[in-house]
Ligand binder design. Structure first.
Ligand code: ADP
Ligand code: ADP
Length: 209
């Protein structure tokens, strides 16, 4: 069970959980959001094109995503498996992934909308290592600094309220239909994403057995 997709609305806890699961299973954590943010930070042509869509809370065009994912899956470390976090996000992406590789399981995170907003409004991210914190639920040890590398934590531009509202709309319209897509293929494992990170981690481990 090592070819895994994490599906769920923004703020559901996918990134928080993905790091631990990938480490335990010895597979790479492939976050299209992290790859895109690194491209934006580097100022590459990909980053320049993606930046406006991301700030507005819209999906980045599929062609850019297919290029990123195709290149990433071609690297040898994905032979032992992979954990996609934030991909696929619409039907065209799910169909493309199906042509690229079989997958073993799709973990879908279930979290109430009010809780998503609570989580996103106080999320802080390390721009260097992408670690995520929450001012109330998962604060860093030293205020405003990453536990791992001491870098000053930032609020992502798309975690501001206007962009959050748009991302939740985009999720409902474009990404939520993938629940049926994967249910039909008998790959879907819904996991309750509320409660402590440890409780959620245990549910995910059980769902991957
Ligand atoms: P996603 O990758 O699905 O968008 P994140 O993993 O970045 O979500 O989590 C969103 C926010 O919620 C972060 O601030 C994170 O620290 C916090 N968070 C994650 N899991 C939990 C949890 N189980 N309980 C409370 N807050 C959480
Ligand atoms: P979250 O889990 O909080 O929604 P991500 O880091 O997964 O955040 O994504 C941040 C942004 O990056 C998205 O709002 C979108 O603009 C872009 N993005 C990430 N993955 C994809 C994808 N598979 N397809 C299109 N856009 C994407």
């Amino acid at each position: 069970m090592k070819r895994i997709v994490f599906l769920g609305p923004p703020g559901a806890g996918k990134g928080t959980q993905a790091a631990g699961v990938a480490r335990e299973l010895g597979i790479p954590h492939l976050s299209t959001g992290d790859i895109l943010r690194a491209a934006v930070a580097s100022g590459s042509p990909l980053g320049q094109e993606a930046d406006g869509y991301m700030r507005a809370g819209k999906l980045v065009p599929d062609e850019l995503i297919f290029k990123i994912v195709g290149e990433r899956l071609a690297r040898p470390d994905t032979r032992s498996g992979f954990l996609f976090d934030g991909f696929p996000r619409n039907l065209a992406q799910a169909e493309t992934l199906e042509r690229l590789t079989p997958i073993d399981r799709v973990i879908s995170f279930e979290v109430e909308p009010e809780e998503l907003v609570r989580r996103l409004s106080e999320r802080r991210t390390c721009p260097k290592c992408q670690a995520t914190y929450h001012l109330t639920f998962q604060p860093p040890k030293a205020a405003g600094k990453c536990d791992r590398d001491g870098t000053a934590l930032l609020q992502r531009p798309d975690d501001r309220p206007e962009a959050v509202a748009e991302r939740l709309r985009v999720y409902a319209k474009q990404t939520a239909p993938l629940l049926d897509f994967y249910r039909q293929r008998k790959l879907l494992a819904p996991v309750n994403g509320s409660g402590t990170p440890e409780a959620v981690a245990k549910r995910i481990r059980d769902a991957l057995r």
